[in-house]
Design a protein around this ligand. Sequence first.
Ligand SMILES: [Zn+2]
Length: 202
Amino acid sequence: MFVFRPCSVGGCGKPAVGPFDTCAAHDRDPNRLQAWLRETLGPGRSIADLCLAGISLADIDMSGMQIVGCELSGAKLEKVNLQGTRWQHVFIDDGSLTRCDFSGADIRSSVFSGSIVEECLFLESDLVMCNFLGARCHDSRFDHSNLYGSRFLGARFQSVSMKDCNLTRAYFTAGQEAAVDLRSSNTNEAVFITETASGCAP
Ligand SMILES: [Zn+2]
């Protein structure tokens, strides 16, 4: 996993991004950060143990990339091609994913909790043991995917389909099935948890 280096701006406390000494918000030269990102990210490349928290990426081809142990908390990705990427232990919590295409991706043990996922495609992908806790997901399709062991508890769905998916040991909050098109998926192998006044029942 990435090694935490604090932002050099006193009192900030956020991690420094990439090879730079500040977090993305305190970066004095956003052009430099963007240039570095576009040198580092590209089709078929591999990155590991990098902090990319809070970055903004748009209209970039990252297809086939391998991304391991990276921190992308709060990142904003728009129209990013992530087809066929392989993700392991990636944190993109509280992020924003707009019109990104993850089709054919193999994403394992990664965290999307609290993120906004809008108009994204996860077709024929593996999303294994991933966490979408409290995510807001709309106009997105996960059809023909393996969602084994992933958790969607407390996520809000609108116009989302998970048709013909493997839902074995996938966790949902009871009632979500009304908002997600689960046709031809093995819903009997999924776990639907009823929310109680004190939160979610075990
Ligand atoms: Zn900072």
